[in-house]
Design a protein. Structure first.
Length: 202
């Protein structure tokens, strides 16, 4: 199904954000495919890459909170570099399937991209940290068992489209989104190169 970008955000969406929070609390029960959300266009959960032209990118994504290690994380600290945000959970089979590709892409783009995760629905940080050790994940993750950390991405990531990956440009704006399982490490590396304007081989 073709992908249509969601409609632009506006200050009047406070109630919409509240509705998304309710949806998060109700539907985060496992890895799911989503074909539509909130009547705001359609997305696919099959790993299709959606690029956002620079002139159509909206305000920088604001997100701060506690990481899996108990330290504070803030997306604003990564401004100035391309940032890859991956939504995952140790409970999610599809997340386990794609994690080796994420780790590979992070290694290949070291120096031109910062990776950060958003861990949701794991009952403890120990469960999530065990997952990271198993797959060799070295980048940090926000710990958000209630899924509230997804609210800043409510125009991009449907509430139950886990896993999903978003690429932010150097200004912190959404530049690309992959809803569903990452097709391959090479796909993500290519997206990062397009957004950053840099080659992973440099």
């Amino acid at each position: 199904m073709p992908v249509r970008p969601p409609s632009p955000a506006s200050p009047s969406r406070t109630s919409g954000a509240a509705a998304v929070l309710v949806a998060l609390l109700l539907v985060l029960t496992g890895c799911s495919s989503v074909e539509g959300t909130g009547g705001k266009g359609y997305v696919t959960a099959d790993g299709t890459v959606r690029m956002v032209d620079e002139g159509e990118r909206e305000a920088p994504v604001e997100l701060s909170g506690e990481g899996l290690d108990g330290e504070q994380l803030d997306l604003a600290d990564f401004r100035g570099t391309t940032t890859v945000v991956n939504v995952w959970g140790a409970w999610c089979a599809q997340c386990r399937h794609e994690m080796p590709d994420l780790v590979e892409a992070a290694a290949e783009t070291e120096g031109i991209a910062q990776f950060v995760g958003i861990n949701i629905r794991d009952g403890s940080t120990s469960q999530a940290l065990s997952f990271n050790r198993k797959f060799g994940v070295e980048y940090p993750s926000f710990y958000s068992p209630d899924g509230k950390a997804l609210l800043p991405f409510h125009d991009t990531i449907p509430p139950n489209a886990i896993p999903s990956t978003v690429v932010l440009d150097a200004e912190g704006r959404v530049a690309a989104a992959i809803i569903g399982v990452l097709p391959s490490a090479g796909t993500l590396v290519g997206v990062i190169e397009d957004v950053s304007g840099k080659s992973a081989d440099e």
